[in-house]
Write a protein that binds this ligand. Structure first.
Ligand SMILES: Cc1cc2nc3c(=O)[nH]c(=O)nc-3n(C[C@H](O)[C@H](O)[C@H](O)COP(=O)(O)OP(=O)(O)OC[C@H]3O[C@@H](n4cnc5c(N)ncnc54)[C@H](O)[C@@H]3O)c2cc1C
Ligand code: FES
Length: 287
C-alpha cells in the first residue's frame, strides 16, 4: 500500500501536476449540441490549460456528485478546455447542467490519443453518435495542416437527424470541401434528404487505397467491430485502423483496475488502440 501511495504521488498528468489531484476550473460557456448533449467551455483557475493530444480525455468532477472520464472535443492549442457531454446518469447529468460561473474539477489529460497520420496519407474518419467528440480535435488538426494529407473523409452516423452533434460545423466543413463528408441516420424525418442506414452502408462510397490510408473509428463498440471487419475485408491492415474504447474509469492512471479489458488498461494503454490489438477482445461478450 505504501509503495502504491509513493507511486501515486510521483505520477503526474500531462500538466506536470499530480494526476490524482483535480485542478479547479470554471465553466465559461455551455451550449446544446443535440438533445441531451451539452458542450462546456472551461477556463482553468490557474490560467494554464495544458496541451493535449487529440483523442485524450480528462476526468471531470462535478463537486459533491462525482467524477467521469470525458474526451476533449476542442481544438488543440486553444486557451479553454472544451468537453461535450451526454446527460445519461448522475455524474454526466451534473456535469452537463453546470452553468457559466460554476466550478468544475479537472484531472488530466490522460491516455494515448489518435496517431499522427504520416504526410501524404489518406485519412478515413468514421464516427457514430457522440463518437464524433473525441475525433473533433483530430479533424481540427488535419484542417490546420490540410495540404499534408491526401483524401480526408468523414463518415458519420447518428440515430436521428437532430442527434447529429456539431451539425452546423459539420455542414460548414462540407461547404469548405476540404473533407469529403457522408452522413447517415437510422431514422429519418420528412426533411432528411441524406442516407438512411448504418454507417457501414457508407463504406462503398469511399475509394479506399489500403496502401496509403489510415482509419480512425469512434462510436458504439458494435459499430467499430463491424466497420473494422469491413475495412480489413477491403484490404486495410488492422494495424492501420484505430479505435477509441470506453470503459468505466476511476483512477485513470492504471492503478484501480476499473477499466481493465483483458490484459489491457484502457486509461493507461488507450483509449486509442489499433484494431489489431482490440479485435480479439471486442469479440468476447461482456469483457
Ligand atoms: C475514455 C473515455 C472517454 C469518454 N468520453 C466521453 C465524452 O466525451 N462524453 C460523454 O458524455 N461521455 C464520455 N465517456 C463516458 C463517461 O465517462 C461516463 O461513463 C458517462 O458520462 C456516464 O456516466 P454517469 O455516471 O453519468 O452515468 P452511469 O451511472 O454510469 O450510467 C447511467 C445510465 O446510462 C447508461 N450509459 C452510461 N454511459 C453511457 C453512454 N456513453 N451513452 C449512453 N448511455 C450510457 C448506463 O448504462 C446507465 O444505464 C467517456 C468514457 C471514457 C472511458
Ligand atoms: S481507471 Fe483505474 S486502472 Fe484504469
Amino acid at each position: 500500500m505504501a509503495l502504491m501511495s509513493a507511486h501515486r504521488l510521483s505520477t503526474t498528468s500531462g500538466c506536470g501536476v499530480p494526476a490524482d489531484v483535480p485542478r479547479l476550473g470554471y465553466v465559461r460557456g455551455r451550449r446544446s449540441d443535440a438533445p441531451g448533449v451539452w458542450t462546456l467551455d472551461i477556463e482553468m483557475a490557474d490560467d494554464a490549460p495544458c496541451d493535449f493530444a487529440p483523442g485524450q480525455f480528462n476526468m471531470l468532477t462535478a463537486f459533491g456528485v462525482g467524477e467521469a472520464a470525458i474526451s476533449i472535443s476542442g481544438a488543440p492549442g486553444g486557451e479553454r478546455l472544451i468537453h461535450t457531454i451526454r446527460d445519461v446518469g448522475p455524474v454526466s447529468h451534473a456535469l452537463a447542467n453546470l452553468a457559466p460561473g460554476d466550478p468544475i474539477g479537472v484531472r488530466g489529460p490522460f491516455g494515448v490519443g489518435w496517431p499522427m497520420a504520416t504526410p501524404g496519407s489518406d485519412v478515413l474518419i468514421i464516427a457514430g453518435g457522440l463518437g464524433l467528440a473525441p475525433l473533433r480535435p483530430s479533424i481540427y488538426d488535419i484542417l490546420a495542416r490540410r495540404d499534408a494529407f491526401g483524401a480526408v473523409t468523414l463518415l458519420y452516423g447518428s440515430r436521428r437527424p437532430e442527434d447529429i452533434v456539431f451539425h452546423a460545423e459539420v455542414e460548414a466543413w462540407r461547404r469548405e470541401k476540404k473533407i469529403n463528408i457522408e452522413l447517415t441516420v437510422d431514422h429519418a424525418g420528412v426533411d432528411w434528404r441524406g442516407h438512411v442506414g448504418v454507417v457501414t452502408g457508407l463504406l462503398p462510397r469511399v475509394q479506399l487505397d489500403p496502401s496509403r490510408a489510415i482509419a480512425l473509428l469512434c462510436g458504439p463498440e458494435v459499430m467499430m467491430r463491424f466497420v473494422g471487419a469491413a475495412l480489413t475485408e477491403q484490404g486495410l491492415d488492422a494495424t492501420k485502423i484505430f479505435v477509441s474504447m470506453e470503459r468505466n474509469m476511476k483512477c485513470a492512471i492504471g492503478h484501480c483496475g476499473h477499466c481493465q479489458l483483458g490484459p489491457t488498461f484502457i486509461c493507461r494503454d488507450g483509449p486509442v488502440f489499433t484494431y489489431e490489438r482490440m479485435r480479439p477482445l471486442m469479440s468476447v461478450k461482456e469483457l
